[in-house]
Design a protein around this ligand. Structure first.
Ligand code: OAD
Length: 244
């Protein structure tokens, strides 16, 4: 199932950079964005995940994020998350970049996670940017406000917004330096995150994709491992002789 090249590389303790997307959390029960049951199929993204949407209907947007937090509160990481947490401890130079806002990598024990699209459990002031701890919002509640008067919003990256510059700069640096890049459970179409595997490959990294189906990245990858990440990742670690 795995090439000798990949197994031999893993045994050499290579510099590794991993990019994860919604597919990594699918086996935990978090809906992906673009699949049959994808979040964007049920709601129009521009109604919910933009600053304009928030300004025109903050209650709807906050209620939707509360609904997503409620889902996440009741689910657990899956073997894919745990395998990645194990890899962080095992390899001497390992970087985990995630597009997921669900915080499941941290819950699984990953200590250093570059959350390039933010984290749904955190909030911030729309006006002054001050971080705010988790809020529980119920429909009908007043819109929570910062002491500066600004409305409180989830600390996630919305369409049309910049990624957190320092976090993305670190992700870029690690993808430039790595020898092995794993693109896992992402449709690899939302930039700039989708550019990370390509940048890594252009600088000589061995590029492996793990996904239940082929994506736009597949033709570019050195190896495509088709299947659920919660099954493939533990098997890959075992094949490389890493205790799971
Ligand atoms: P998508 O929903 O676009 O893609 C999920 C990918 O996971 C698809 O390619 C699926 O085939 C794959 N997949 C599903 N189940 C899987 C499993 N068990 N194991 C492995 N792969 C599986 O989600 P993302 O690529 O994460 O951005 O989307 C990227 C960004 O688009 C999100 O972060 C979000 C969205 O707009 C923002 O919210 C800013």
């Amino acid at each position: 199932m795995f090439s000798e090249t990949l197994i031999e590389l893993l045994k050499k303790d290579p510099k590794i950079c991993v990019l994860t997307g919604a597919g990594v959390s699918a086996e935990s029960g978090v809906p992906t964005f673009r699949g049959k049951e994808g979040i964007w199929k049920k709601f129009r993204a521009e109604e919910l995940a933009t600053v304009d949407a928030f300004l025109s209907n903050p209650e709807l947007v906050l209620a939707w994020y509360q609904h997503r937090r409620d889902i996440i509160d009741n689910i657990e990481p899956n073997p894919g998350h745990y395998a990645l947490a194990k890899m962080e401890k095992h390899f001497s130079d390992f970087c985990l970049v995630t597009q997921n806002v669900d915080a499941l990598h941290r819950k699984a024990g990953s200590e250093h996670v570059l959350e390039v699209h933010g984290n749904i459990m955190r909030n911030k002031c729309l006006t002054c940017g001050k971080p705010v701890n988790r809020l529980d919002f119920k429909e009908g509640d007043d819109i929570p406000r910062c002491e500066c008067g600004g409305m409180i919003r989830p600390d996630v990256v919305w369409f049309g917004e910049m990624l957190p510059a320092d976090v993305f700069a670190e992700a870029n640096k690690k993808s430039f330096q790595c020898e092995l890049f794993l693109s896992i459970g992402t449709s690899a179409i939302v930039y700039p995150a989708a550019g990370l595997p390509i940048a890594a490959k252009q600088r000589g990294a061995y590029l492996v994709e793990i996904n239940v189906q082929e994506t736009e990245l597949s033709t570019y990858a050195d190896e495509v491992l088709l299947g659920p990440s919660g099954e493939i990742l533990p098997k890959l670690l075992m094949a490389a002789g890493i205790d799971i």
